[in-house]
Design a protein. Structure first.
Length: 302
């Protein structure tokens, strides 16, 4: 006879649900490794898209996570809720008092997808992209972790050798951060992987160095390999990613979360670039650099 405190699939469940959305997200992060594969997908979505849960339909989440809607119900029950609606109510309580341009934006995107025959001008599409960018930056401003940000600045200020790695769409961000940090007197290395040489470029990493890794779902394997090597060498690690359940976030010295808006599956980079610029400005301030007087190196002409 099945125990009454277990769902039908015998997955363990909390005795009572968390009291608010913030606590729920923390519990999801703490228990992520114990979840079955399908529930891990849902956990990742919950962590990355917490501001969307209040307006998402169960079918929307199931489609994004590539699971059956019943898996969303099992996920809710796993964390002590009777079903998805009860869990969703927690997010509605948390987010209804906040500005919601991202919700309006998501509704417009859904309308465009649902009505492919609807006439949409080039200007309208441009504004959707702009709104997506704005939503990501506004979310970054709301959710920036001051303690984690200060720790990240400490790591950069105290490191002499800094390695920055980002693959595919994250490469542009890594290159921009390297460009900024090269205005300090630190030794800055871009791990570009040119010719597949990630291993060779990481070979000089030593204990006390800092490795900054930038990666978002589905989390590039190359970046994960570089990070594992950095940990083996006992280097410090600073991670820019989209979720505390990201495989890069484990055992990192500091994790900065940033979730970009996306327009019809194309993700912006603006919030991540903004975060990198903020990091450099804070570092420059700590180091006593005058940001307004930073010039290109003497002896190099345009």
């Amino acid at each position: 006879m099945p125990r009454p405190d277990l769902p039908a699939n015998d997955e363990p469940t909390l005795a009572s649900p968390p009291i608010n959305a913030e606590r729920l997200l923390q519990v999801i992060t703490d228990e992520y490794e114990t979840l079955p594969r399908q529930l891990k997908r849902i956990a990742g979505y919950m962590s990355q898209q917490s501001d969307r849960i209040m307006v998402d339909r169960i079918s929307d989440i199931a489609r994004e996570c590539e699971v059956h809607p019943s898996a969303i119900v099992r996920f809710s029950q796993r964390f002590g809720f009777s079903g998805f609606s009860e869990m969703q109510a927690l997010f509605r309580t948390a987010y209804t008092h906040k500005a919601s341009p991202v919700q309006n934006y998501q509704q417009r995107i859904r309308s465009l997808i649902a009505n492919p025959s609807q006439e949409t001008s080039d200007g309208d599409l441009a504004r959707e992209c702009i709104d997506a960018t704005r939503s990501g930056i506004e979310r970054l401003a709301r959710e920036l972790d001051d303690v984690a940000f200060e720790k990240a600045v400490d790591l950069i200020v105290n490191a002499d050798n800094i390695y920055v790695v980002g693959v595919r769409r994250s490469f542009a961000v890594a290159d921009y951060l390297v460009y900024n940090l090269q205005h300090t007197h630190k030794r800055i290395h871009l791990v570009s992987g040119l010719g597949g040489s990630y291993r060779e470029q990481m070979r000089s990493v030593r204990a006390g160095d800092l490795v900054i890794a930038i990666s978002f779902t589905p989390y590039a394997k190359e970046t994960q390999h570089c990070l594992r090597y950095a940990r083996q060498q006992q280097a410090n690690t600073l991670i820019l990613t989209d979720s505390h359940v990201s495989p890069l976030a484990k055992r990192a010295n500091s994790v900065l979360l940033v979730n970009e808006g996306s327009a019809l599956a194309f993700r912006s980079l603006s919030a991540t670039l903004c975060l990198c610029q903020a990091l450099f400005v804070a570092v420059a301030y700590r180091l006593g650099l005058n940001v307004e007087e930073i010039h290109e190196q003497a002896g190099f002409d345009d």
